[in-house]
Design a protein around this ligand. Structure first.
Ligand SMILES: NC(=O)c1ccc[n+]([C@@H]2O[C@H](COP(=O)([O-])OP(=O)(O)OC[C@H]3O[C@@H](n4cnc5c(N)ncnc54)[C@H](O)[C@@H]3O)[C@@H](O)[C@H]2O)c1
Ligand SMILES: CCCCC[C@H](O)/C=C/C=C\C/C=C\C/C=C\CCCC(=O)O
Length: 267
């Protein structure tokens, strides 16, 4: 089990919702945490709140839009200057916007790739790094389709595939870095109200009742429950390439078939 005392973590999309919960559970377990978010006001307020609650200089906020390569790189350098190292990197920032779908891809999938590659370059043993763990936040919509959000679904499938492929690369090439993904069902944060917003859902607004019925099948999780899942993926040294599915009635590591299950067809 990885002990978090003295470790340095980075969490993107940390100003509210799941990111805030992830940052807090890492702080409670002894890590220092760099908070990254596009929302400067909420991020700075959270930095003050966390430093009061967990000790001066345990957190620092960095304004970063994860769709910007430059902002991400600059912030990473500043984090290294302040904290000296990065051991844990959680790519959590994500949005739902089916109308501005290229923006959604740039944040939800490309942002995860940007963060992961920055962390990997620093952590990789072949670069003189100390190893570490990366957790990418996907969704249950990374394992099965959410009809109202085809682009969001595509980005989350992308996050799961990227995580699994890179985890395998890490194992084969011995990077010394573990890479895991989280796939929670609906979580009580501002993001789930998206299904009711024409601005975010656009042409798929007519499917709102379909999402509502899915929400009855998968009742909302609380941020605190999902945060325990992050802690598991960070601490358990045996987990690499793991996908943690989380629902109200329980969490579990997803098994992916070694052979693709298929029904033969005549061609
Ligand atoms: N809430 C859910 O039901 C749910 C379920 C499964 C997965 N997720 C995933 O969890 C993650 C967090 O979602 P949440 O529910 O906490 O959402 P949220 O909207 O409550 O919080 C998202 C945070 O990300 C920040 N953010 C948005 N765009 C950004 C950008 N370009 N750069 C940096 N920060 C940015 C926001 O300012 C906000 O603080 C997302 O990846 C989401 O897809 C959420
Ligand atoms: C518009 C609301 C947005 C919430 C997005 C968030 O990521 C949550 C998604 C949660 C669940 C819905 C996604 C897909 C479900 C489809 C199939 C999963 C099947 C899993 C199973 O039955 O075991």
């Amino acid at each position: 089990m990885m002990a978090l005392q003295g470790k340095v973590a980075v969490v993107t999309g940390a100003a509210q919702g799941l990111g805030k919960g992830f940052a807090e559970i890492l702080l409670q377990n002894g890590a220092k945490v760099a908070l990254l978010d596009i929302n400067e006001k909420a991020g700075k307020e959270l930095e003050t709140q966390f430093n009061e609650a967990y000790g001066a200089d345990r957190t620092h906020f960095y304004p970063v839009d994860v769709s910007s390569d430059q902002q991400f790189k600059d912030a990473f350098q500043k984090i290294l200057s302040k904290f000296g190292q990065v051991d844990i990197f959680c790519n959590n920032a994500g949005i739902i916007n089916e109308k501005q779908w290229e923006k959604t891809v740039s944040i939800n999938l490309c942002g995860v790739v940007r963060g992961t590659y920055l962390a990997l370059e620093h952590m990789k043993k072949e670069n003189g790094g100390q190893g570490g763990v990366i957790v990418n936040v996907a969704s249950l919509a990374g394992l099965g389709p959410l009809a109202q959000t085809p682009i969001y679904t595509a980005t989350k499938f992308g996050v799961v595939g990227f995580t699994r492929a890179l985890a395998l690369a890490s194992e084969v090439a011995n990077y010394g870095v573990r890479i895991n993904a989280m796939c929670p069902a609906f979580v009580r944060t501002p993001l789930i109200d998206s299904f009711n917003s024409e601005e975010q859902i656009g042409q798929f607004m007519g499917l709102a009742d379909f999402t509502r019925s899915l929400m009855e099948k998968f009742p909302s999780l609380e941020v605190e429950e999902v945060s325990k899942g992050l802690l598991l993926l960070v601490k358990d040294d045996s987990l690499n390439g793991a996908c943690l599915a989380m629902m109200r009635d329980g969490a579990g590591l997803v098994s992916f078939p070694k052979e693709i299950p298929k029904t033969p067809v005549a061609l």
